[in-house]
Design a protein around this ligand. Structure first.
Ligand SMILES: NC(=O)C1=CN([C@@H]2O[C@H](COP(=O)(O)OP(=O)(O)OC[C@H]3O[C@@H](n4cnc5c(N)ncnc54)[C@H](OP(=O)(O)O)[C@@H]3O)[C@@H](O)[C@H]2O)C=CC1
Ligand SMILES: CC(C)(CO)C(=O)C(=O)O
Length: 342
């Protein structure tokens, strides 16, 4: 897109529904491009953003800081009545409630992208808001709420959504924001491929250490590889193709995970950009004492296994460990976790 095209952007009112880590980061990037963005979220996040500037940074040196006007952060869905595009960024357990709140106000045909992990969120939104144009989306990178009001994008990866004409006016804003929205016709494959990466979320959350430190330990990677192997076999049986989302070739990921640390470190250097502070969103949930998304991540693998008349023992085991941790926090060393799952 050249400068004169960027100067002629069609106005587009964008609502971020569920403005936490992902929502505040994506919204801040869009604001940096001059887009019309309203955040909807909890009173405590509004207070944080009244006391602190909204700051978005990324691992490649991007930095944007702004002070939100009081009306730019709302705590109910009424502003969705004027939206041209809604980005839903609540955790999976909150999807139905978010959908029902939006359904009260949203105009028929409004584009709504589920920018969430898991497989079923867009279908669940469709049930709650049948009049809207619900589109599956994907955020393939990590965002950490690092300090009050400061949201940091710590790993490589893109934003993606189902190709649809209702996104035409919004697309250039994402491009201008430096966060292009990749349009795809294969979002089922994209979502399952992202889920293969998210199988690291419980391993990371159980480890209690940042992603880079966790992934640098072979026995944690072996735990992840076990969950991924089980999932890849089920996806093959269900004839769901997977697609490449990072520098790593997806079908080889479990093999790469099992490599000795020194070879993995060399390969990862060129294929996997992660900064030292990044952590999984599941770790953030455990840390905050919230229910995690385990039932919408590993739980989807268990559902797929059952639909095929099979079992998914590794994913089932990880799910149980995370539910135990939701009740009582505990950190697992790499050796402990590997022997527990083996
Ligand atoms: N963080 C990350 O690095 C990544 C996250 N994702 C996915 O993106 C999605 C969002 O994750 P993340 O941003 O980390 O989640 P957060 O919990 O940080 O943000 C969601 C926010 O929405 C709020 N919320 C929930 N329901 C409502 C509601 N009805 N009205 C207003 N606010 C509401 C939550 O408040 P409360 O907690 O009080 O309910 C919370 O503040 C998840 O599916 C996650 O898996 C994907 C890639 C990376
Ligand atoms: C980007 C990634 C995989 C980081 O773990 C994520 O999706 C998450 O934290 O939920």
């Amino acid at each position: 897109m050249n400068t004169s095209e960027l100067n002629k952007l069609t106005p587009c009112r964008i609502i971020i529904f569920g403005a936490g880590s992902v929502g505040c980061y994506v919204g801040a990037r869009l604001l940096s491009a001059g887009a019309n963005v309203t955040f909807v979220g909890r009173p405590r996040m509004r207070e944080t953003l009244q006391q602190h500037p909204l700051l978005a940074t990324d691992y490649q040196g991007f930095k944007f800081e702004t002070r939100l006007q009081p009306n730019q952060y709302q705590t109910d869905a009424a502003c969705a009545a004027n939206a041209d595009l809604v980005l839903v960024t609540v955790k999976s357990a909150a999807t139905e409630t978010a959908g029902l709140q939006l359904a009260e106000f949203i105009r028929p045909g409004t584009a709504v992208i589920s920018l969430q992990n898991g497989i079923s969120n867009s279908a669940r939104l469709e049930k709650a808001i049948p009049d809207a144009q619900i589109l599956a989306g994907m955020i393939a990178f990590n965002v950490l709420h690092q300090h009050p009001g400061h949201f940091h994008h710590g790993t490589e990866g893109h934003l993606m959504a189902t190709r649809h004409p209702s996104l035409n006016s919004a697309l250039p804003w994402f491009t201008k924001a430096g966060l292009p929205l990749q349009l795809r016709d294969d979002m089922v494959s994209v979502m399952w491929s992202k889920l293969l990466l998210n199988l690291n979320n419980p391993v990371n959350a159980l480890s209690g250490v940042p992603l880079l430190e966790q992934l640098s330990q072979r026995n944690y990677r072996r735990c992840l590889a076990m969950a991924q192997d089980e999932t890849l076999a089920l996806l093959k049986a269900a004839r769901i193709p997977i697609v490449k989302l990072t520098g790593l070739p997806m079908p080889l990921i479990p093999t790469i995970m099992r490599l000795p640390d020194w070879i993995f470190a060399r390969l990862a250097k060129t294929m996997l950009a992660i900064d030292p502070v990044a952590r999984s969103s599941m770790w953030e949930d455990l840390e905050a004492g919230r229910a995690t998304e385990i039932d919408w991540i590993n739980g989807e693998v268990i559902k797929l296994a059952h639909a095929l008349g099979r079992d998914a023992p590794v994913n089932q085991h990880l799910t149980r460990l995370i539910h135990d941790c939701e009740q009582q926090r505990r950190n697992w060393t790499a050796d402990e976790l590997l022997s527990e799952l083996s």
